[in-house]
Design a protein around this ligand. Structure first.
Ligand code: DGL
Length: 277
C-alpha cells in the first residue's frame, strides 16, 4: 500500500488551511519527524456539510495519506474529528489496516479544558457541523460529568479567514456577535475552547471581546503536546514514524492558491503538490 517505501511520515489532515495552525505547533514539539499535510481545499468547507459527506471526504483523504506511507494520521480539523473519526476508528480501520491509527483534536482539547475550568462552566466555539454533532458535549460528559457546556456556532468565521478578512474591521462585527451570544448563555463560563483550527487567526479580535478573566484555549499547543505524549506511550508506533525532518504539503485544489494562502496560517513559505481525488 505504501507508495514511498521506507518513508512513514505522520499525516496531518484538514479540510483546507486550518490544520496548518496545528502542524505549526506540532513541528515545534516534534521537529525530527517527517510529516505530510493534506488540505482538501477543493471540497472545503466541511463545517456546513452533512455527517455522511464529511465522513466520506475524510475517509477518502485518510486512505490517500495511508497510501503515501502514513501509519499515523491526525485529523487536525474539528469538523472531521466530530463527524468522521469514530466511524473511521471503529468501522474502517479494522478492515483497512488495524495497526494504523487515526487521532482527532477533540479529545485532547477536552482533557485540557477540564484541567483549566474552576467554575465547571465552559464555552465551545465551532463550525455548524462541530456544534450540531454535540461531539464536545458528549466527550466532556464522559470525562468530566460535572462540567456544564455552552456552545455557539460561528458559521461566518471560517469564510472570514479563508477570504483573508480576519484582520479587517468588518470581522469585528461577527466576532463580537458570537462571543456575546456565547457569554450570554451563562455568566459562569470561565474558559472557552476555539473548536475550529481556523479560529487562532482571529485570536486578537476574540481577545478584544472576551473579558480578561476568561481563558481562551486554542488547540495547536494542546494537540502537539498530546501527540508527543501519544508517541511516548506507543513506542511501537513511534518506531514506525520516520524522522528525517521532511515535510510535504498536498492540496486537492490549485497549488498556486494553496501556497499563497498557506503562509498566512503556517507563517512561513509553503510549496505544495496537487493531489487528484
Ligand atoms: N478547520 C475546520 C475545523 O477545524 C473548519 C473548516 C471547514 O469548515 O472546513 O473545524
Amino acid at each position: 500500500m505504501d507508495n514511498h517505501t521506507g518513508n512513514h511520515p505522520i499525516g496531518v489532515f484538514d479540510s483546507g488551511f486550518g490544520g496548518l495552525t496545528v502542524l505549526k505547533s506540532i513541528l515545534k514539539e516534534l521537529p525530527q519527524y517527517d510529516f505530510v499535510y493534506l488540505g482538501d481545499n477543493a471540497r472545503t468547507p466541511y463545517g456546513t456539510r452533512s455527517f455522511d459527506t464529511v465522513y466520506q471526504y475524510t475517509l477518502e483523504c485518510v486512505k490517500k495519506l495511508f497510501a503515501m506511507g502514513c501509519h499515523l494520521v491526525i485529523l487536525a480539523c474539528n469538523t472531521a474529528s466530530a463527524k468522521a473519526l469514530r466511524t473511521i476508528q471503529q468501522r474502517d480501520l479494522p478492515n483497512i489496516d488495524p495497526s494504523r491509527r487515526v487521532l482527532g483534536v477533540i479529545r485532547p482539547s477536552v482533557e485540557e479544558i477540564g484541567k483549566i475550568t474552576k467554575s465547571n462552566s465552559i464555552g465551545i466555539l465551532g463550525t455548524n457541523g462541530t456544534i450540531q454533532s454535540e461531539s464536545y458535549v458528549l466527550e466532556i460528559e464522559k470525562l468530566y460529568p460535572a462540567i456544564q457546556v455552552y456552545q455557539e456556532a460561528c458559521p461566518i468565521w471560517v469564510p472570514l479567514v479563508e477570504n483573508n478578512e480576519h484582520l479587517s474591521d468588518g470581522a469585528d462585527f461577527f466576532v463580537q456577535k458570537h462571543i456575546k451570544n456565547l457569554l450570554s448563555k451563562s455568566d459562569r463560563i470561565d474558559s472557552v475552547i476555539l473548536g475550529c483550527t481556523h479560529y487562532p487567526l482571529l485570536m486578537d479580535k476574540i481577545l478584544k471581546y472576551v473579558p480578561e478573566n476568561i481563558c481562551v484555549v486554542s488547540q495547536g499547543e494542546i494537540v502537539a503536546a498530546s501527540l508527543k505524549d501519544y508517541l511516548l506511550r506507543h513506542p511501537e508506533m513511534d518506531a514506525r514514524c520516520t524522522k528525517a525532518s521532511k515535510i510535504r504539503f498536498y492540496t486537492t485544489d490549485s497549488t498556486e492558491m494553496f501556497d499563497k494562502q498557506a503562509s498566512v496560517f503556517f507563517e512561513s513559505n509553503v510549496k505544495s503538490i496537487h493531489l487528484a481525488l
